[in-house]
Structure formats: structure tokens, C-alpha cells
Design a protein around this ligand. Structure first.
Ligand SMILES: Cc1cc2nc3c(=O)[nH]c(=O)nc-3n(C[C@H](O)[C@H](O)[C@H](O)COP(=O)(O)OP(=O)(O)OC[C@H]3O[C@@H](n4cnc5c(N)ncnc54)[C@H](O)[C@@H]3O)c2cc1C
Length: 377
């Protein structure tokens, strides 16, 4: 049986997230976009509402929301501002490796604490020479005695890196890439200034340098050599979430452009009456609906313990690519007005671009999908 309906609880969550987005996120979006300030106050309110770090299991004090539920929240918040949305959701990417590979002690020390107050963590994998090709990573973790590793290296483009309390760090050990939890206040960690990016200004992206950073051996996730597997497995959970955020932005673009096309007149007709305009809106509507379907399916597979690597790659690539196209088309429909910084349309277009780059570019998602096709899946 296929059932496309949300449960009562999911509908209620969607309604609450939509209201929160309308009352709290949307009014602050333009200001955070202008100043680039991190949304600490909004995060505090999101935490109170159960929208921040909400997928952490009940055993560790969390709400234990499933992937589908977090996608529902992400779409609503990102429809109001994806910069703020990603500032909140980047935590999930850092927490993923601990959820997947952490032992009870690690989960208590690093996940439970995040349910007790609003806190942030970052996923620190990318380096200047290792982006899509993570195998080129050069950060090292050297074991100097039974209890200690020493980490050296430079991580680049780390979302939330300037506000994080801890990092998931992928570093090379004697037995291959390994995953570590590293306290952000460890001596030897140097955080760079916030990067000046095209969009999603509320999100804090920095470089993080590790200079002889001593890390307790008890912070190694699983065992040496398993880091790459853990880092990649995390994407099965986080890609649906990013895809949902992209659906939110595309939906917002569609809503703004439709409202405008219904009132703007050219040559004595509302522009929505011209097929050149209305067909763009129709395509946007079809892609939003399709992107949401594959996103929710990939989340549902994850929640049911089924393989979703291919579907989450499809969701991420599809939602990101059509989010970009939708925002460009929406600016076009709004003409000169769409290009003006007075209205949020140009912000949606700037914010959309990053969805095709982080958490694996759209090209890398396609390499994942083709690998799955080649295996006959
Ligand atoms: C705002 C922002 C936030 C980020 N947040 C984080 C974070 O929190 N943590 C983290 O670890 N990283 C983060 N990243 C890094 C991000 O994941 C990388 O930028 C991304 O994986 C691409 O790597 P790269 O920039 O080195 O590009 P490259 O890997 O150098 O790629 C350059 C181009 O080549 C293409 N390409 C590469 N290989 C192939 C191939 N095999 N086939 C086809 N095309 C290919 C790519 O698709 C891309 O178009 C962030 C990046 C940005 C910009």
C-alpha cells in the first residue's frame, strides 16, 4: 500500500514550523542577510520549540524526530530564510557521525549536552585540496600514546565553524582516515573569520586550523580507518534535509513569482495570462512537487532502515538544480523588480546556488547515482 498523507502529528509539526517560520524567521531574514549575523536568538527560540537538534534520540534527551519530520521542519524554515535554516541544520551533519558510530559515552558527552541548551557543532571534512575528492585529505592525527592523538591540518568551508562547541574531524591516521570528535576550545584550534559568501549570509562559514591539537583517544569514533565510511554514511541522513531546504526556497520563489504575475499588468493583461510566463510557473510547480516527493521518499527509506544512498543523492541533486532554476525564472518573471534588493527574490536566487555545491556538488550526486546504476540497482 502507498500512502502519501502525513500523520496527524506530522501535520501538526508542519503547521507549527510554518507558523514559527512566518512569525520568527521571515521578519529577521533581510536583516541577517544584510549583516551576516549568526541567528543566536532565533536558534534559542527554535530550540524551545523543539526544532533545533530535534533528531537526537530520547535516550539522550532529544525529541527523536525521524528524517521525514526534520525535512518537514527544514522546508518550512528555509522557505522563510535558508541562511537561517542552514545555520540551524548544519548541526545535523556534525551529529550524524556520532549518531552512527558513537558509543554511549560519546553520545552522552556530545549529543545529550546539545539537548540541554542551544548549542552548535560542525562537520569538518573539506580541505583546500580535498573537496569532492575527500581521499586527498592531508590533515593528520598521530597517536602519541595510548590516550592521545595530535591533529594537524587545515579544514576549509566549515559551516557553523565559528560558533561550534565541537567538531567532527576527518583525519589521516596510521590505518587510514579516521573520525574524531574535537572540542572547539582545545588549545591549537584557530578559527578564521567568517567567509564573505554569495548567499545564505546568516550561516557562519569559516576555516579551522588544527595546530598540534591534543585529542583524547576516547574521542575516536569507532576505530581507526573507519572515518571515511562514517563521514559518507552521514550524507544518507543529511542530504534529504538539504534537499528539503532547497524545496523550501524553490517553493518560496514560486509563491512570490505567482503573486507578482497575478497582479502585474503588461499590454492590458495580467502577465500570468501569457504562456511565456505561466508555463514557467507551471514548470516550477511541477519541479517543487517532484523534488518534495523524492526528498520525502529518501527520508522515509532512511527512517525505515532501508538503503537510501541513491535516492538521497537524487533528492539532493534534483532539488538543488531545480531550486536554482526556479529562483532564476522567478527573478525573470518579476522583471526589474525581481532584480531589486527591495524584494526578497534576488536573495532567494543568491541563497539557492550553494545547494548545488555543498554536501557534494550536483555532479558528485550524479556520480553516486551512476555508481548505483552500474551495480544494477
Ligand atoms: C558555503 C559552504 C559551506 C560548506 N560547508 C561545509 C561543511 O560544513 N563541512 C565540510 O566539510 N565542507 C563544507 N563545504 C565544502 C563543500 O562540501 C565543497 O565545497 C564541495 O564538496 C566541493 O568541493 P570543492 O569546493 O573543493 O570543489 P572541487 O571538488 O574542486 O570541484 C570543482 C568542480 O569540479 C567538479 N567535479 C569534481 N569532481 C568531479 C567528478 N568526478 N565528476 C564531475 N565533476 C566533478 C565539481 O562538481 C565542481 O563543479 C562547504 C562549502 C561551501 C561553499
Amino acid at each position: 500500500m502507498i500512502d502519501f498523507s502525513l500523520t496527524e502529528a506530522q501535520l501538526d509539526l508542519q503547521k507549527r514550523a510554518r507558523q514559527f517560520a512566518k512569525d520568527v524567521v521571515a521578519p529577521a531574514a533581510a536583516e541577517h542577510d544584510r549583516t551576516g549575523e549568526f541567528p543566536f536568538e532565533i536558534a534559542k527560540q527554535a530550540w524551545k520549540e523543539g526544532f533545533l537538534n530535534s533528531h537526537i534520540p530520547k535516550e539522550y534527551g532529544g525529541h527523536e524526530r525521524g528524517s521525514l519530520e526534520t525535512c518537514i521542519i527544514a522546508e518550512e524554515i528555509s522557505a522563510a530564510c535558508s541562511g537561517i535554516g542552514i545555520a540551524l541544520d548544519a548541526n545535523s551533519l556534525a551529529q550524524g557521525p556520532v549518531l552512527i558510530a558513537g558509543n554511549d559515552d560519546q553520545k552522552r558527552r556530545y549529543l545529550q549536552t546539545m539537548t540541554e541548551k542551544p548549542m552548535f557543532a560542525s562537520y569538518a571534512v573539506t580541505e583546500p585540496d580535498a573537496g569532492s575528492d575527500v581521499s586527498r585529505l592531508s590533515t593528520t592525527a598521530k597517536k602519541i600514546d595510548d590516550d592521545t592523538y595530535v591533529i594537524n591540518g587545515l579544514k576549509w568551508w566549515i559551516t557553523g565553524g565559528g560558533v561550534a562547541s565541537w567538531y567532527f574531524v576527518l583525519a589521516r591516521t596510521e590505518n587510514g582516515p579516521s573520525g574524531f570528535i574535537v572540542d572547539a576550545d582545545s588549545p591549537g584550534i584557530i578559527r578564521g573569520p567568517k567567509e564573505d559568501n554569495l548567499g545564505q549570509h546568516a550561516s557562519n562559514t569559516v576555516r579551522v586550523a588544527f595546530e598540534d591539537v591534543h585529542v583524547p583517544a576516547k574521542n575516536l569514533l569507532w576505530k581507526e580507518g573507519d572515518g571515511f565510511k562514517i563521514a559518507m554514511k552521514t550524507f544518507d541522513y543529511s542530504r534529504p534535509l538539504v534537499a528539503a531546504a532547497a524545496v523550501g526556497v524553490a517553493r518560496a520563489a514560486l509563491q512570490h513569482a505567482t503573486a507578482y504575475a497575478r497582479r502585474r499588468k503588461c499590454f492590458n493583461k495580467k502577465i500570468i495570462k501569457y504562456q511565456g510566463v505561466s508555463f514557467k510557473l507551471v514548470d516550477m510547480a511541477m519541479h517543487v512537487e517532484t523534488a518534495r516527493l523524492i526528498t520525502w521518499k529518501s527520508a522515509w527509506l532512511y527512517d525505515n532502515g532501508l538503503p537510501n544512498t541513491k535516492e538521497s543523492a537524487m533528492a539532493k541533486a534534483y532539488a538543488a538544480d531545480y531550486c536554482m532554476k526556479a529562483t532564476v525564472d522567478a527573478v525573470q518573471i518579476m522583471g526589474g523588480y525581481g532584480y531589486s534588493m527591495e524584494v526578497p527574490m534576488e536573495k532567494l536566487m543568491r541563497d539557492a546556488k550553494i545547494f548545488q555545491i555543498y554536501e557534494g556538488t550536483s555532479e558528485i550526486q550524479r556520480t553516486i547515482i551512476v555508481a548505483s546504476l552500474m551495480r544494477g540497482r
